[in-house]
Design a protein around this ligand. Structure first.
Ligand code: SF4
Length: 233
């Protein structure tokens, strides 16, 4: 696994844990509002190629920090597009560290395998929209909705901790979309509504308005009727 970026310590990205976060390069989606576009746009990845961190360096770093870390957060880009993800997670687990995976949910078969092999402890999956044609419009790609539904089911039926999350964007998501997602997720461990931040996006033209905190509370209250919901401003 080549690591495109690394933040040595995060107290925010793995609930209640001290973790290192790594960014894998490349993604199968092209969400207009993506903030991690430096790890998504091929030309940007190429520009950063000389700064990639090899596994050897990364595992030496982990060895030196394993006494102060609880785990590693693997995000991207999209980590599940990489064929060596399973092997990579195994190596992290061999150091007795926890693994949190952030995913767009497009590869349910990869999630299944990671869960079966017990090499992942926490999964955070994006549910980008209600299951309608708007989903594919938002991600800039045609992926069958059943892939996302399958990923949700795989995660929910597993032994791992997890959360589902939607980055909510004014004029893209309606109250009905949020309710529809919450109904689909009914009974899940946790659903987060994350407010869209209108800067540094994959599509520079995409600088739409964010919801107000009052609007987020309103959505969150609605969704809470079906699934435990919180919001992140
Ligand atoms: S938001 Fe996530 S899924 Fe969408 S392009 Fe960015 S990294 Fe990929």
């Amino acid at each position: 696994m080549f690591i495109a970026g690394l933040q040595e310590t995060t107290l925010l990205d793995y609930p209640w844990k001290v973790a290192t976060i790594i960014f894998t390069s490349g993604c199968n989606m092209k969400c207009w509002y993506c903030h991690n576009w430096r790890f998504v746009v091929p030309e940007e990845i190429k520009k950063r190629s000389s700064h990639m961190i090899g596994e050897g360096i990364f595992f030496r770093f982990l060895e030196s920090r394993k006494n102060i870390l609880d785990g590693v957060v693997i995000c991207g880009g999209e980590p599940t597009i990489h064929g060596d993800l399973l092997h990579f997670c195994r190596k992290i687990k061999s150091l007795w560290l926890l693994v949190k995976l952030d995913t767009n949910g497009s590869h349910p078969e990869v999630l299944s395998r990671l869960i079966e092999e017990k090499v992942v402890d926490y999964i955070a999956m994006d549910v980008k929209h209600s299951f309608s044609p708007s989903y594919n419009k938002l991600i800039g790609l045609d992926i069958p909705m059943k892939k996302f539904e399958e990923s949700i089911n795989v995660i929910r039926q597993s032994h791992v901790d997890y959360e589902f999350r939607t980055t909510v964007i004014k004029w893209i998501h309606t109250r009905d979309d949020i309710i529809s997602i919450a109904i689909f997720l009914a009974g899940a461990q946790h659903y987060y509504l994350q407010n869209y931040r209108p800067w540094s996006t994959l599509d520079p033209e995409f600088s739409w308005e964010s919801f107000t905190e009052a609007e987020l509370i309103w959505f969150s209250d609605d969704a809470s009727r079906y699934v435990k919901t919180s919001y992140r401003i």
